[in-house]
Design a protein around this ligand. Structure first.
Ligand SMILES: CC(C)(COP(=O)(O)OP(=O)(O)OC[C@H]1O[C@@H](n2cnc3c(N)ncnc32)[C@H](O)[C@@H]1OP(=O)(O)O)[C@@H](O)C(=O)NCCC(=O)NCCS
Length: 204
């Protein structure tokens, strides 16, 4: 299903989403090697060959990789997947708290020059509202499980409209399960912050 298009307002940033392309891999490599990202990437290999393998066209994972563009330039990466498909990785504890078959997991980053300006929370909210829910009627909610110590991440989720469902105490670091229900998002009046976001998307 193609989500509706809306026009950005003149005085606000335009965030749009498109599937990650091979040409985006150098930017991904740069973003993933930023120490502020490495800190939360749980030891993932972020060498060039690993980035090509994990994020390139042949990645083979049951995830959708998207690039968020700000006024036409890449500002961040965001992925979504059915939580049930990644139970052996980060979503294993989610099943005690929600139905993983009808839950979209999301992960994201914002390039460092764009952080701390409200763009991360705007990107997450726009992505859930304009890509995750419209393209996947089978998903009833979106969720993410950042480390509790990654304050910027769970605060951005909170600001995007997610609420805390559970905390997982883990020796690698406690994680917060943050959830946004489709019914809640659809029932909310449009917020000024999200009205400022352009909703153009390209279906994968
Ligand atoms: C997490 C991330 C996407 C947030 O994007 P952002 O554009 O910096 O976030 P926002 O500007 O929308 O900030 C959202 C809220 O979090 C707060 N915040 C952001 N970074 C913070 C930090 N490091 N410590 C404390 N609060 C922080 C902001 O102040 C804001 O709250 P406020 O409006 O009450 O002031 C971005 O910091 C990032 O890409 N980090 C590195 C990768 C990463 O950690 N990804 C998530 C893995 S789970």
């Amino acid at each position: 299903m193609m989500p509706a298009r809306r026009r950005p307002t003149m005085d606000t940033p335009a965030i749009t989403f498109r599937p990650l392309l091979e040409d985006d891999l150098p930017t991904m490599h740069l973003w993933l090697n930023d120490p502020a990202v490495v800190e939360w990437w749980e030891g993932d290999d972020v060498t060039w060959p690993a980035v090509v393998s994990d994020y390139g066209p042949g990645h083979g994972d049951p995830v959708e990789h998207w690039i968020a563009d700000l006024e036409g330039e890449p500002m961040g990466w965001i992925q979504c997947y059915t939580a049930a498909d990644l139970l052996e990785e980060e979503t294993w504890y989610w099943r005690d708290h929600l139905d993983v078959e009808s839950t979209a997991g999301i992960d994201y980053l914002v390039g460092k020059e764009h952080r701390g300006r409200g763009l991360g929370s705007a990107m997450i909210r726009a992505f859930v509202r304009d890509v995750v829910f419209p393209s996947h009627p089978e998903w009833a909610r979106a969720a993410a499980g950042p480390f509790q110590a990654n304050v910027g991440s769970w605060k951005a989720l909170e600001k995007a409209g997610f609420t805390q469902r559970a905390v997982l105490e883990d020796e690698e670091g406690d994680c917060v399960l943050m959830v946004m229900e489709r019914v809640d998002l659809e029932a909310e009046p449009e917020r000024p912050a999200s009205r400022s976001v352009d909703n153009r998307v390209t279906a994968p």
